[in-house]
Design a protein around this ligand. Structure first.
Ligand code: SAH
Length: 378
């Protein structure tokens, strides 16, 4: 795959493999980040009061139940702040749902009537005037006029780079910045990350009003030196499924050698460094948190019958955990893999992957290392 911009949209529609049906894992991360979101909004309103029209955007909103639940949560916080401070007026709200052009906006828009209905039922006389629109385009660039945004939210999107870094030719059988990657690979990825995150901050810095807040949750790295620990072992297992298929003649070796995920998981020091050097924002909060790979398994209420095969103590058998972890990783990796390797290998690949995940989960208790930050516009 070349270094062109990649369309990393999630699996569209409402089918069994869609993001809409496989985003329960991210939902757990979003709820862990809830208190940072609440606190940041409260601080912003305490400092500056309500604007007449509160303009916000969810960057990389995707298409599914998580998208509008965050907007509902923000409305809940506004109502609580209003009651606590005995404020008469409610702001109007303009909400932009942003994602890449390939995102399933149609599916998202179909959720809007029931969202508006529930909002009205829940808030009654206090119903807030909320205007939701879709905004296709990359967040690595300008999306809004200058000084118009009060609040920016994004969850689990910023680990996606704008493109595959240059200089990954030696990464051969690795598909990400793996522990086993040759040294030059780390720098190639890190350079692309610094460039992208700087562009992101500069764009938002121009679009946001002074004092506006930005709450960002993304997957990070727990160690400064990526060769000392593989926080993305799930990609190492996906690579080993591809290697198996190369050995069986099902995937071309050259296709594997030229494939790399456009994903970067930064360390605390890197995040702080870019924010400091770019200069438009103060870093108000930095909170790391762990979410086990299979955290969504117990929470899944749409496991399509698979949990009915519970083990002795009500535990979920490894092969089901493997399949459910594979499903959620498939929902966000399938479009990128299918566009490189072709869609004919996909079912076979994720079938193998589910088995490898099951074996891994039987002996390890892996977690994703996530980071939530709150920034205020200088
Ligand atoms: N926020 C949702 C979805 C996360 S999935 C949740 O927490 O569940 C990540 C989303 O980021 C995908 O929908 C992907 O298309 C989007 N994305 C990745 N790079 C992007 C970019 N440069 N600009 C806009 N959206 C992007």
């Amino acid at each position: 795959m070349g270094v062109k911009e990649v369309d990393v949209h999630m699996t569209v529609g409402n089918g069994a493999t869609s993001y809409a049906n496989n985003s329960a894992h991210q939902k757990i991360g979003i709820s862990k980040a809830k208190y940072v979101l609440d606190e940041s909004l409260k601080e912003m309103f305490a400092d500056d009061g309500f604007p007449d029209c509160f303009k916000m955007v969810d960057l990389g909103c995707s298409s599914g139940p998580n998208t509008l639940s965050v907007v509902a949560q923000i409305i809940g916080t506004i109502l609580r702040v209003r009651r606590l401070n005995n404020v008469d007026e409610l702001p109007e709200m303009e909400v932009f749902l942003n994602d890449l052009e390939g995102n399933d906006f149609n599916n998202l828009f179909k959720l809007l009537p029931s969202f508006y209905k529930k909002l009205k039922e829940a808030t009654g006389n206090e119903a807030i005037r909320c205007f939701v629109s879709g905004l296709p385009g990359s967040f690595y660039g300008r999306l809004f006029p200058s000084k118009t945004l009060n609040f920016v939210y994004s969850s689990f999107s910023l680990q996606w780079l704008s493109k595959i870094p240059e200089g990954l030719e030696d990464n051969k059988e690795n598909i990400h910045m793996a522990m086993a990657s040759p040294p030059g690979i780390f720098e190639a990825y890190a350079t692309q990350y610094r460039r992208d995150f700087t562009t992101f901050l500069t764009s938002r810095g121009q679009e946001m009003v002074r004092g506006g807040r930005m709450v960002l949750t993304f997957v990070g790295r727990s160690v400064e030196d990526p060769s000392t620990r593989d926080d993305c072992a799930h990609f190492t297992l996906l690579a080993s499924s591809l290697i198996e298929m190369v050995n069986e003649g099902l995937v071309k070796e050259s296709d594997l050698h030229s494939f790399n995920m456009p994903i970067y998981t930064p360390s605390k020091q890197e995040v702080e460094g870019v924010i400091h050097n770019e200069g438009s924002f103060n870093l108000e909060k930095f909170e790391p948190f762990l979410v086990p790979w299979d955290a969504h398994v117990k929470h899944e209420d749409h496991t399509r019958g698979r949990i009915s095969q519970l083990g002795a103590e009500g535990s979920v058998p490894d092969h089901i955990r493997g399949k459910l972890v594979s499903d959620f990783i498939r929902a966000y990796t399938e479009p990128v893999l299918a566009s490189h390797f072709g869609s004919s290998i996909i079912d076979n690949l994720y079938g193998r992957y589910a088995k490898k995940l099951a074996e891994y989960l039987a002996r390890e208790q892996p977690s994703f290392f996530n980071i939530i930050i709150c920034l205020s516009k200088k």
